[in-house]
Design a protein around this ligand. Structure first.
Ligand code: SF4
Ligand code: SF4
Length: 244
């Protein structure tokens, strides 16, 4: 799974390799990069954005997201809907208006992270690649750090943890190659991973846990905590779409 938009390119960073980068409001390139990009919204990105905007999920889906099929996997994916001028709707002259809740792709830049399930159910395996965009002056700044420090500085830990959890669905061993979902499956996918307000009544319905093999305590936790509800949605989808 690749957390950034577009093709995965750039030179792979060696473990611990250091690089110079800082993104600062005073740079001449400030804000110029928040346009003409495919900006993926992974499920946890969407949850954070929705909380920031304080809008119902259905409204954020309708106003700020575009649905497409991932060209590699065929899974439905969401991206931020740009303005007619190709600009991210959240950029302002002062910078990103959703900065504390900006999505993974914006946080991880100027790197890209590709991650896959670890062998034998072990920890996921990840690699970072440099994404050198023409005109980005961040590479010329004195701050020197490695990928781990960048992840810490950008507050990526909860995003990466949630994205890693999705691997059990997105890179499920039962799903090989590009297989499109039908309309009913796509609706279930969007509900369980994005429109949690629509998924919650299903999870709360009598017999849900028994029918789909979830312990009552897990369902209860999911109904109390939205991030747990998202995890439940991932596992529920893996079951109904791929057999578990
Ligand atoms: S330094 Fe790079 S990432 Fe930061 S505003 Fe400039 S172009 Fe964008
Ligand atoms: S979400 Fe924020 S950081 Fe990301 S492209 Fe939009 S304005 Fe820029």
């Amino acid at each position: 799974m690749i957390e950034t938009g577009g093709e995965l390119g750039g030179r792979r960073l060696a473990p611990g390799e250091r690089f110079h980068f800082a993104c600062l409001p005073g740079l001449a390139c400030f804000n110029t990069c928040c346009r003409d990009k495919r900006l993926p919204l992974l499920p946890y990105d969407f949850l954070r954005l929705r909380r920031c905007l304080e809008l119902p999920a259905a409204q954020v889906l309708a106003q700020h997201a575009e649905l497409e099929a991932d060209p590699v996997s065929g899974w439905p994916t969401l991206r931020i809907k740009l303005t007619d001028e190709g600009v991210c709707p959240f950029v302002t002259p002062q910078g990103c208006s959703v900065y504390p809740h900006r999505p993974t792709c914006c946080r991880v830049y100027p790197l890209a992270r590709a991650v896959r399930p670890g062998p034998g159910g072990g920890p996921p395996q990840e690699v970072f690649l440099r994404q050198e965009t023409p005109g980005c002056l961040g590479w010329d700044q004195p701050q020197e750090l490695d990928a781990a420090a960048w992840v810490r500085q950008q507050g990526l830990a909860p995003y990466q943890a949630a994205n890693n959890y999705c691997l059990r669905l997105f890179m499920h061993p039962a799903r090989q190659g590009q297989v499109s979902l039908d309309d009913r499956q796509t609706h279930a996918f969007i509900s369980a991973l994005y429109n949690l307000e629509a998924f919650r009544p299903l999870a709360a319905s009598p017999g849900f846990g028994e029918r789909f093999g979830f312990e009552p305590e897990r369902v209860e936790l999911a109904l109390a905590e939205e991030q747990e509800l998202l995890k439940l949605g991932v596992d529920w989808l893996a079951g109904v779409l791929l057999g578990g």
